[in-house]
Design a binder for this molecule. Structure first.
Ligand SMILES: [Zn+2]
Length: 394
């Protein structure tokens, strides 16, 4: 048996006036996925436990059969794993953004999507000046760096992208004074750094402070294969999902040109999934960040287009392979959470799914679509792990 889960991150949405009251999913031409929806079981699933932040970390863990309320310690330990940093029990990983402060205001959570080379120079400088045996700074991807702190004090922090345009001093992290102190000192060190002077000369935002958030201790997940008996592969561009793959025990191929944006390498991802199946993996979890990223940017056209690319360039290719592979197979298509364009952030509402089982001969139902209103709302799963249990074992 082959198992395929396709996750267009954040593709589910609310009705949009300019689309005549339809959602982006109802508008996009996703004819391949919708053809399969007609002969699939459809329904709704709650992927984020009530009371938890609707982050991609919690939602995707849930889809894989884990309970995020029990196992998720923070996003930074997942990113640390993806970056190849081995954490010890007494260490805490802390996401360290390079941000742009202007006077009292935080104006950019990414210092203009800071280039990798600049981030590397600046984080090395910060590590030299502020690091110690117990505090080590690491470069990541773009503005997303990491602090590994030994025997760290308590930290309660707000993600910088949630406070843009606000007086940052009001949102400084709570807990141990050391974090506020490090942030203040980083600003003093960075504001006159030659690289920042050069950036400003070129009209780029200065990376003139670090901002801490997303902290957590080393995680512990049971190996996915132990519970579900399938050998898994993760296909993704983003470190968060790569970190989940590390902890769950999945293979995780590098996909050249996979970016996490609408300009990602769709064909390359489909090919990686097919290769994984050919090489004996039983299960592929294929994640595409593009619809979520478009939602955060308020890009309606991009969100619709990214779904069409996913349908034509990924879904159609992998489905074609599975249909002809000579083995029974199951396919689950669903987002991890909704990211409504109107609010440009995630919600914890239940999300639609379609579940195809090649062993079940369902009569085609023309009223079924992969969309918020096209699924059977009476087929409701209380958690992602309940759906995973059903998908892998029933
Ligand atoms: Zn997500």
């Amino acid at each position: 048996m082959k198992y395929f889960i396709l996750v267009p991150d954040g593709c589910s949405d609310w009705a949009i006036e300019s689309l005549g009251g339809k959602t982006p999913l109802e508008t996009a031409d996703i004819s391949n996925i919708n053809a399969l929806a007609k002969v699939s079981e459809t329904g709704l699933v709650r992927t984020v436990p009530v009371g938890m932040e609707p982050g991609s970390d919690a939602a995707n863990l849930s889809l894989l059969g884990y309970n995020p309320a029990e196992c998720l310690t923070g996003r930074a330990p997942l990113e640390a794993a993806a970056m190849g940093i081995e954490m010890r029990e007494d260490e805490t990983a802390i996401r360290t953004n390079f941000v742009t402060l202007d006077g009292e205001i935080i104006v950019d959570h990414s210092a203009g999507e800071l280039e990798n080379e600049d981030a590397e120079i600046l984080i090395k400088f910060i590590d030299e000046k502020l690091g110690s045996e117990d505090l080590r700074f690491y470069p990541g991807v773009s503005y997303r760096c990491l602090l590994i702190a030994k025997n760290a004090g308590e930290l309660k922090a707000i993600p910088p992208h949630d406070i843009l345009g606000k007086n940052f001093a009001e949102y400084f992290p709570q807990g141990d004074e050391i974090y506020r102190d490090l942030m203040r000192r980083s600003h003093e060190l960075l504001k006159n750094h030659p690289l920042n002077i050069e950036r400003m000369k070129n009209g780029k935002p200065a990376a003139n402070s670090v901002w801490f958030w997303g902290q957590g201790k080393k995680m512990s997940l049971f190996p996915h294969k132990e519970k579900y008996g399938v050998k898994g592969c993760m296909v993704t561009a983003v470190n968060l999902l790569k970190g989940i793959a590390y902890y769950a025990g999945f293979s995780c191929p590098d996909i050249p040109g996979a970016t996490g944006t609408i300009h990602t390498n769709y064909e390359g991802k489909a090919q990686a999934a097919i290769e994984a199946f050919k090489n004996g993996e039983d299960f592929v979890f294929l994640h595409v960040e593009a619809p979520d990223e478009c939602s955060h940017c308020g890009d309606l056209d991009g969100k619709i287009k990214s779904m069409e690319y996913i349908d034509k360039k990924i879904f159609a290719a992998v489905y074609d392979y599975l249909k002809n592979c000579g083995e029974p197979f199951r396919i689950l298509v669903l987002p991890d959470h909704k990211t409504p364009l109107e609010i440009r952030t995630h919600t914890d509402e239940p999300i639609p799914f379609i579940l195809f089982n090649s062993g079940k001969d369902l009569v085609a139902d023309e009223t079924k679509f992969f969309s918020e209103n096209g699924v059977n709302e009476n087929n409701f799963f209380e958690s992602g792990s309940a759906l995973a249990e059903y998908f892998f074992r029933k």
